[in-house]
Design a protein around this ligand. Structure first.
Ligand SMILES: NC(=O)c1ccc[n+]([C@@H]2O[C@H](COP(=O)([O-])OP(=O)(O)OC[C@H]3O[C@@H](n4cnc5c(N)ncnc54)[C@H](OP(=O)(O)O)[C@@H]3O)[C@@H](O)[C@H]2O)c1
Length: 248
């Protein structure tokens, strides 16, 4: 039994080694669930798993995989649990340092599609036969998908359309599929050095609550949609942005 008195669930969190994914993984592991965290960088992933498993005694397994590479995904499948109760697609990123002209555009658009769409789609579709009645798929997109945001926002918006189909296909099996769309979240690797104090203040001013988000804010939204009680919510987009879309 898990800490909260329910049966231990198998959770897979992509991007679970850093930022929002790490906050989500920590919450599930603290509840007593078994958590598999997925990412490309072995040292980052193992450090996160070591912190949670060895130091805190939580049940966390690292799986190194580039989720945009189908060979890598295929190779990682034997390391994933046979039954997946919750899949959280949090892996994703945005690359600004691309060149100009059509080649730069191609690199940016194709890159954002690979980084954000394929990382969710390849693994989720590959794990379909491991979902059971009551399983949950939660995919992290962005307010940029709703507000506009170039190739990055477009790639996240593509996940909204995909999630809708997925929810329709898996609904009859009792599997729910939802989106959490965060606004700016500090304390992750997402912005690199771009999120300085002035930029943080500007972004906080776009919200209705006067602050940017924390990884734990997004984790709380994901945990709710992943809970057994949320079984009548599917195909939805839960915004987690301090009212940023309303406040624009
Ligand atoms: N921070 C924000 O303000 C914000 C706002 C809206 C939405 N989001 C979304 O929230 C999600 C989490 O981002 P974050 O802020 O927590 O940033 P982060 O710290 O950079 O986390 C992204 C994670 O994804 C993993 N990842 C990226 N590409 C991967 C791939 N091809 N295969 C496997 N793992 C991959 C990274 O690990 P490796 O590099 O080791 O692979 C990293 O652990 C992303 O989808 C992002 O688009 C973030």
């Amino acid at each position: 039994m898990a800490e909260n008195g329910t049966a231990v669930r198998n959770i897979v969190v992509t991007g679970g080694g850093t930022g929002i994914g790490l906050a989500i993984s920590t919450r599930f592991a603290e509840d007593g669930d078994h958590v598999t965290i997925v990412g490309r960088r072995r040292e980052v992933l193992h450090a996160a798993a070591g912190e949670l498993a060895e130091k805190r005694g939580l049940d966390v397994t690292p799986v190194v995989c580039d989720l945009a590479d189908p060979d890598d995904v295929e190779g990682a499948l034997p390391q994933m649990p046979d039954r997946v109760d919750v899949l959280v697609n949090s892996a994703g990123s945005r690359e600004l340092a691309v060149g100009a002209g059509p080649h730069g555009l191609l690199a940016r658009w194709r890159g954002d599609f690979e980084r954000n769409v394929l990382t969710a789609v390849l693994l989720t579709e590959s794990l379909r036969d491991r979902f059971r009645d009551g399983s949950r798929v939660v995919t992290v997109t962005s307010v940029a998908a709703l507000r506009g945001g170039g190739s990055y926002g477009a790639s996240k918006a593509a996940l909204h359309a995909w999630n809708h189909s997925l929810a329709a296909q898996l609904g009859p099996q009792g599997v729910t599929c939802n989106i959490v769309a965060p606004g700016t979240v500090a304390g992750t690797e997402f912005f690199g050095s771009r999120l300085n104090d002035a930029e943080l203040t500007r972004r906080a001013g776009r919200t209705l609550v006067g602050r940017v988000g924390r990884p734990a804010d997004v984790a709380a939204a994901v945990l709710f949609l992943a809970s057994p009680e949320a079984g009548f919510i599917t195909g939805e987009i839960l915004q987690c942005n301090g009212g940023e879309l309303l406040g624009r």
